[in-house]
Design a protein around this ligand. Sequence first.
Ligand code: 5SP
Length: 221
Amino acid sequence: MAVQIAPSILSADFARLADEVTAVSNADWIHVDVMDNHFVPNLTLGLPVVESLLKVTPLPLDCHLMIEDPDRWAPGYAEAGAGSVTIHAEAASAPIRTLRAIRSAGARAGLALNPGTAVESYADLLPEIDMMLMMTVEPGFGGQSFLDMVLPKVRRARDLIKGRDLDVWLQVDGGVGAETIERCAEAGADVFVAGSAVYSADDPAEAVRSLRERASGAYAP
Ligand SMILES: O=C(CO)[C@@H](O)[C@H](O)COP(=O)(O)O
């Protein structure tokens, strides 16, 4: 699979979201961070904003739910038309049921792991998901420093996916930019979320292009 770039609108200007997503129309996904101030200590946006974004961009929305009780809320994002809905392993009470509900509603189902959560504990869920999201910072805020300690886990996840011959995408999120994206790709990641590296650039579309080039050169599935 070709590498994919997903700019995170957490670093965008929320007063100009339509323009901000249009500015990265060369990306593969728009990454939408939904935070509830309970699962993480930050509050962002929810389903009404996602519904509005769906009307202004042809790019699929990659909704990352950093919320308590994702079992209750996740299917609604898929039913609204999100292309991908990711729940946190640490927050879900019934992950298999919720992942199946996301898929049944027509979206790709994602499972996210915090930096300290072992991938081996969730190996049996791999057939239930389309994407595993490895947090490379503690979730909650943009602009944090990349945690190198997560890279061995990214490698182990890629090996588990390969070992079972599954088509599961491996996403990294947090501190991903020009200095770190190649190491993520070498470890086997193929979907790259970048917030500040894209939206603090003078030319966000050029930042997307350049990140894609770096990741493609280093990608070693
Ligand atoms: O989920 C999160 C943060 O919890 C991310 O999606 C951030 O939005 C990434 O921002 P940068 O680290 O790339 O600035």
